[in-house]
Ligand binder design. Structure first.
Ligand code: THU
Length: 135
């Protein structure tokens, strides 16, 4: 799957964002090594703490269905309407990525649109990360 297709999927997933408190809508599309794509959106809570980011929603859906190997994730976030700025994964989501992904090859694509995006590896996004190989 191309970066553009993955971004398009993240933008569609963003439409399902449940974010009545922050009004910041995030969508993610996680590409597994076998070609399957798992989508996610942010899901907020009136008590705030249980809020789940779009990236983790996608990871937890995938892992709970037996997926363990991942290639890339596309992320699109912003207030109402089309995204206007790049939305980067929070620290907690980066750590979840570290659990399941190879930091040198896993690609994180943060997108404003299909044409405008930044691609980085997990290692670039989380330098000196701590993961399963450290234990
Ligand atoms: N959010 C994500 O979904 N992903 C991130 O990586 C950053 C933040 C969500 C959580 C919350 O619903 C809203 O954006 C504002 O923080």
């Amino acid at each position: 799957m191309s970066n553009e297709e993955l971004i398009e999927t993240a933008l569609k997933a963003r439409e399902f964002s449940y974010s009545p408190y922050s009004k910041f809508k995030v969508g993610a599309a996680l590409l597994a090594k076998n070609g399957k794509v798992y989508t996610g959106c942010n899901i907020e809570s009136a008590s705030y703490t249980p809020t789940n980011c779009a990236e983790r929603t996608a990871f937890f859906k995938a892992v709970s269905e037996g997926e363990r190997e991942f290639e890339a994730i596309a992320i699109a976030g912003g207030y109402d309407g089309a995204p206007t700025e790049y939305s980067y994964p929070c620290g907690v989501c980066r750590q979840v990525m570290m659990e399941f992904c190879n930091p040198k090859s896993f690609r994180i694509i943060t997108a404003i649109s299909k044409e405008k995006y930044i691609e980085m590896t997990l290692e670039e996004m989380l330098p000196c990360g701590f993961g399963p190989s450290n234990l």
